[in-house]
Design a protein. Sequence first.
Lengths: 337, 484
Amino acid sequence: MTQDARVQDFITSFERLRAEVEKVIVGHREIIDHVLIGMFAGGHVLLEGVPGLGKTLLVKTLAEGLELSFSRIQFTPDLMPADIIGTNIIVEDTDGRKHFQFQQGPIFAHIVLADEINRATPKTQSALLEGMQEAAVTVGGASRPLPAPFFVLATQNPIEMEGTYPLPEAQLDRFLLKLRVRYPAIEELNTIIDRTTQAQAVTVERVMSGARVLAFRELIREVPIADHVRALASTIIMATHPQWEHAPEVSRRFIRYGASPRGAQALVLGAKVRALTEGRFNVSIEDLRALAAPALRHRIILNFEGEAEGVDADTLVAQIVEAAEAVIAQGKEAFLR
Amino acid sequence: MSHPETLDRLIRRVAKQVRRRRIEHYALRGAFWGSLLSVLLLVVKGPLDEWALPLAAGALVLGAVAGALWGGLKRTSVADAARLADRAWGLEDRVATAMDWVGRPGRPPLVDALIADTLQRVERLEPRQTARRLIPRDGRLLPIPLALAVVLALAPAIPVPSGRLPDFSLGGEEEPQEARAGSPLTDERARPAARDRLKPHSFEERDFATRGGGTGAAMSGDLTAVFKDTALSGQRPDFQSFLKKGDERLKLLEQADRLPDLQSDFTASQYKMMFRKSKSLSGGLRPDQISPQKLKELLEEMERLGRKGGANWQGDAAEGMEALEGGEPDRALQAMQRALDKMRAQDEASRSGKNLKGGRESQRGAGGRDRGAGDGGAYEDQDFGEGEGLMPGRGRSSSPKGEATQRLRGNPYDVGVEGESRRGRKDGYDTNMTGRGGQMGSRLQYLGVVGQYRKMMEDAIARESIPRDFHSQIKDYFQALDER
């Protein structure tokens, strides 16, 4: 298969999967694209939005469109780590002898929906950490690998904070992208009403296997990136750090801690997937601009002033990207350098 | 694998365009600085004579050529050219990425697809200008020195100052030296510096501010001149005395209406005014370039002043006017100079060290320095004795400040702390008081704790990043606590 054909195959599969999801989900094209980008980049995605916007439905539909196992965990305050990763239970064999047997938890699935993840205690939330980062869990001293591809989609409600446990920074950092699900437009709302209040059953076809997902992940890592584009990605990450010598004023003023190197990885990997979906064989600066907010918004920790003034992370990231481009350009026309 | 020919060709094309733009850019900058040099040369074209124009033109051309050479010799990197090509044709970093990766060993297979895709797109490109023209700020200002240079080239040469001041006196009338005989200033004037010889004595400006009437050698701008006619003129500033009862000089300065009227003494004299006018009339000009109209106005003004005060220069001023009307400006200038000399003589005669004593104070007659004593001891004029004054608990003042114990009830915080200090440790939180004050411990503890927290608050505001908007709120809160 030629490279062109591989790329074309990816684009076709991506568009078919998106079309299947869009059979159920109305609007939210950007959210769907970013969820798929997160999946093909090999990361996990956190969906944030008020109840009723279709976050859970989006994930369920995506799982239906893939030939992959799916499990849903509803996070509650009394959920225990063992409820997620599983536990050893005593079983009796045919000879009447008893022994321990590992009972897999719901995390042992290709696609895991962690619904309302911020409702569980930090202890339970942290049970996801190892799985998300290492694609393996340790139970009773034995490490057990999770199936590949392993993809966690978590949802959380940003407005109802009573009785919730906001995700710690370490866990937030493990999500490749954080997406904000917004209210649909009025036309989309009309379509939602039509589609969900009539007796028309929507069937989602399975269009992609796990093996193909893994193959596409390899293809994505082959996408070349130019030196100056990579330098811009690094500069964006550095510009989120208020201590950096070229940090823009907004970073110095509103940010306490900037993005980690994982942020740079997320930015570049996401940009690679986006480049391929656009039919391009290389990462462009435009890809970085498009992925900067979802890849960095949860990795920037505001200081007191930023919190007090209600600074929007997306606006902040946009300003940082602009400042980073200015740093790269050194304030001069390219031909004068 | 070498760079595909198509990509190389594109890069060369872009680099060529960049070079052309750079040449334009730097040539404009060079021309600007060259034109400035041209202007300078044309300003002094008198001495340069017929060489001025060729030199100016040469400077302009040289500047432009040097700039163009500088711009033309600068190298354009392949990466820059590739990025410009991407930007110009909307290739979304394809060319730059292809150029980056094409020479790398072990590149992924997708790079070949990228190069093929890029070549395909590049071959379809329409020729286009990739580097936009960027006119430097110097270049935008270039028309100004150019226009200036043209004007200077067409205009006659600007006369270069010879270093000799015009001699308006013509008659070279000697200044009456005896009027200031014996004064230190006269001694100085008797040995004028070599440069001063060029200056006619009659037009010398006198520094009246330095004319010491007292003992000190007062410098220009020195406040001792203010006290020269007071009893303080001979006293040196005494810090101990200041601590005890305040510096008498400062007290005197606070009473502005008792100070000598320096403005009327030093700047508002008729002679001074006329002298300045005559100087501005003739400064930097030859006698034949003096405006007759202005000279006439000056003479009229002198005559008016003379008429008003019955002075002796009225005749000279009138004579000057007649000479001017008769078309004899030289004679008019001589008359003006005579009148000016007479004005100065009268001014100096009326001025002496004693006159400084009065000022506005003397105009008011009895309302002078002794007014305080005469008013029966107004507060600000009291003469406190040693160890007395405005410090709390000292002096005979009837103000609330006085004996500290007498002021106890004047402050709301003091309420309820009356009592006697007990022996022993005094740095605790309790009142250290006996009697009624000792029973009010809680109130004092509260005040003490509030003070500690206020200090912590101020430290926190200074150290931590708290939004400025919140500073005032936090301070208001502590202020409210204080008022309890």
